[in-house]
Unconditional design. Structure first.
Length: 248
């Protein structure tokens, strides 16, 4: 099994990569800009015995997506699996958004899924699985979340439209939407560490399950969707959030 994880050197992507790492199996982590985090991720994953490779590329650009899949070609052993976790945090209202920056966010958070799948096509085999990491914000409007939520909503639609093309090839595509996770991105979204802590505490307090998401909640689900046991699951968006947003 060869696994490609975009956004795989930090936060949710790194937690998923750690869950999927297997001794002697190729694991490619794509990241956009933080070289130090990429090196730290390789060190963190070293005890797993996985053959970890990193590549710096902007998957929001067609050329960047192509570079990731070229790197995957160089290391691939057996069916390739793609977990697309890369995201651009741009907290803004829609009416006040910088349109150039908003467009960039939509490309990274949404269109990049199509870029990656197209460029991965030569590597996809029967049994390959693609998992997009989405968010409840794709279906529930939240303040200053439009650049991320709208992009992920676009990608969720692409997941559904890709099923009729991928399923006959024996390739699966689905999405996983974690609940709020305690990562550095929360502070970037809500405006600082203090605000992030308040948001996390509020999310835990109001969640029907009484807590926020743990890494294992969504990483185990991704692991399942990449396994042969999930071969008949297609085009689904599965929320691993403890019941948040079920009721008003």
């Amino acid at each position: 099994m060869t696994v490609v994880v975009t956004g795989g050197t930090k936060g949710i992507g790194l937690a998923i990569a750690e869950r999927l790492a297997r001794p002697e199996e190729p694991l490619l982590l794509a990241y956009r800009s933080d070289d130090a985090a990429a090196e730290a991720a390789k060190m963190r994953l070293a005890p797993t015995g996985a053959k970890v490779t990193t590549i710096r590329a902007d998957v929001g650009q067609i050329e960047g997506a192509a570079a990731v899949m070229t790197a995957a070609t160089d290391i691939a052993e057996g069916p390739i699996h793609l977990v697309h976790s890369a995201a651009m945090i741009y907290p803004t209202s829609l009416l006040q958004a910088d349109l150039a920056k908003f467009t960039q966010a939509i490309q990274i958070n949404g269109l990049s899924l199509l870029y990656l799948v197209q460029k991965a096509a030569p590597l996809l085999q029967r049994g390959s699985s693609i998992v997009f990491i989405s968010s409840a914000g794709a279906r529930t409007a939240q303040p200053n979340y439009g650049a991320l939520g709208a992009g992920k909503a676009l990608a969720e639609s692409l997941v559904r439209y890709l099923v009729p093309e991928l399923a006959p090839m024996g390739v699966r595509i689905n999405a996983v939407a974690p609940g709020l996770v305690d990562t550095t991105s929360v502070a970037g979204m809500v405006g600082g560490e203090d605000a992030a802590q308040r948001a996390l505490e509020r999310a835990a307090r109001t969640n029907p399950s009484g807590r926020i998401s743990r890494d294992s909640d969504y990483a185990a689900l991704v692991e399942f969707l990449l396994s042969p046991d999930a071969e008949f699951i297609q085009g689904q968006v599965i929320h691993a959030n403890g019941g948040a947003y079920v009721s008003a």
